[in-house]
Write a protein that binds this ligand. Structure first.
Ligand SMILES: NC(=O)c1ccc[n+]([C@@H]2O[C@H](COP(=O)([O-])OP(=O)(O)OC[C@H]3O[C@@H](n4cnc5c(N)ncnc54)[C@H](OP(=O)(O)O)[C@@H]3O)[C@@H](O)[C@H]2O)c1
Length: 399
């Protein structure tokens, strides 16, 4: 029996949004190990044009695009003579997303990833989704676009990839719970008082995963787990009451699904994003990766503990947004993005991240801003409200 892929299988055409980031680089590494399987159409980045040009030349992309219009000349200069086209600005990002491709990896960070990802969805392109903020801020509106255009959504987040691999779709009625695991971040064992003095440098040191700064801070506040619970709600046919999170410091079990007969199915692996990325790239098949293999005897112990909601209130905050529905998650996501920036710039403390986000949600609720969301305009309005209010409240905090 042949152990390779069928000879007739043609290379998949692939675009990467956010190629210069952590997920983008891991994706290109997976592709570099299986070069015959993929043909890169477009790479999209923002400010790191040295890396963007190097990546585009290295993988033979058709086009490299920076979202920053002012960097066009510099990018073009770096690509001179390579045969790779250069483009810049939001319109160019949208055009790149619309280029015909079998698969697009959506790995821009934050709500900035929404419009380019939607542009790909409108073409019916299969989306390997790393950018959880897309589903958090636009949930049903985003899924509506996917449905209308027949675009398949494949999760890249390791937890959702795990659930996707063990969620028996035909038996969805028999699913009792989705259990997302969380490492607990760098402050799992810290006291509440310790958290008052946390610096950005300390918060940027994740114990298990090497990721971009925004998701690393979200992991330290456990906001990341809250965002992932909202993401899971949108990806799988479950109610909010069927979602839970458990702390699992080793990050070996990436998540679990429990069924009505008492069975719990889990997906395991070393904490390396190249596995869930490869799963999405090869789906519905699998492909080899150079990822270290799991050695359970060497690891010895897998441990679990409940989420400490007093120390990390962001998980409950996100579940509250799911219960409220409408624009609550979009407002919360936007204010969290601002709060993370404020913390990284040293303008607010670590505990201030969740406090600011909660204050914005309370304000939105009191001023009747948490309405229904049925269009992209509604999403933009909620996002702008959350962002504007968070900036206003943060300024008051540091004056
Ligand atoms: N890292 C992980 O292991 C991981 C795991 C699961 C899910 N995710 C999710 O995946 C997404 C990306 O995370 P990451 O850790 O890879 O982030 P990251 O390392 O910070 O990379 C972000 C990428 O987005 C680009 N970018 C930023 N703003 C942009 C804009 N306005 N337009 C176009 N591109 C823009 C950046 O370009 P420049 O660098 O060139 O400026 C970079 O390529 C996030 O939503 C995160 O929650 C990440």
């Amino acid at each position: 029996m042949s152990r390779g892929r069928p000879e007739a299988e043609r290379a998949k055409t692939l675009t990467i949004l956010g190629s210069t980031g952590s997920v983008g680089c891991s994706t290109l590494d997976v592709v570099a190990h299986q070069p015959d399987r993929f043909e890169v159409v477009a790479l999209v980045g923002n400010r790191n044009i040295d890396l963007l040009a190097e990546q585009a030349i290295g993988c033979g992309a058709q086009i490299a695009v920076t979202a920053d219009e002012s960097l066009y000349g510099a990018l073009k200069g770096r690509l001179a003579g390579s045969g790779v086209e250069a483009a810049a600005g939001l319109q160019a990002v949208m055009d790149a997303s619309r280029r015909p491709a079998d698969l697009i990896v959506a790995a821009i960070v934050g709500a900035a990833g929404l419009k380019p990802t939607l542009a790909a969805a409108e073409q019916g392109t299969t989306i390997a989704l790393a950018n959880k903020e897309c589903l958090v801020c636009a949930g049903d509106v985003f899924k509506d676009v996917l449905r209308k255009n027949g675009a398949q959504l494949l999760p890249v987040d390791s937890e959702h990839s795990a659930v996707f691999q063990v969620f028996e779709q035909p038996q969805s009625e028999q699913v009792e719970r989705i259990i997302l695991t969380a490492s607990g971040g760098p402050f799992r064992t810290a006291s509440y008082d310790d958290l008052k003095n946390v610096t950005p440098e300390q918060a940027l040191k994740h114990p298990n995963w090497d990721m971009g700064p925004k998701i690393t801070i979200d992991s330290a506040t456990l906001m990341n787990k809250g965002l992932e619970l909202i993401e899971a709600y949108h990806l799988f046919p479950v109610e909010p009451s069927q979602l839970e999170a458990v702390i699992h410091p080793q990050s070996i079990i990436h998540s679990m699904v429990s069924y009505c007969d008492g069975s719990v199915l889990a997906q395991l692996g070393v904490p390396d994003m190249r596995t869930p990325i490869a799963y999405a790239l090869a789906w519905p098949s699998r492909m080899p990766t150079p990822v270290e293999r799991l050695d359970l005897a060497k690891i010895g112990q897998l441990t679990f503990e409940p989420v400490d909601s007093d120390k990390f209130p962001s998980v409950d905050l996100c579940l509250g947004c799911l219960e409220t529905g409408g624009s609550a998650s979009a407002v919360m996501n936007a204010s969290n993005e601002v709060a993370v920036d404020e913390f990284l710039s040293g303008r607010i403390g670590f505990l201030g991240i969740t406090e600011l986000t909660r204050a914005v949600l309370d304000d939105a609720d009191a001023s009747g801003m948490l309405g229904t969301m049925t269009s992209l305009d509604d999403v933009s309005e909620a996002d702008q409200f959350g962002r504007g209010k968070a900036i206003e409240l943060a300024r008051r905090l540091h004056t």
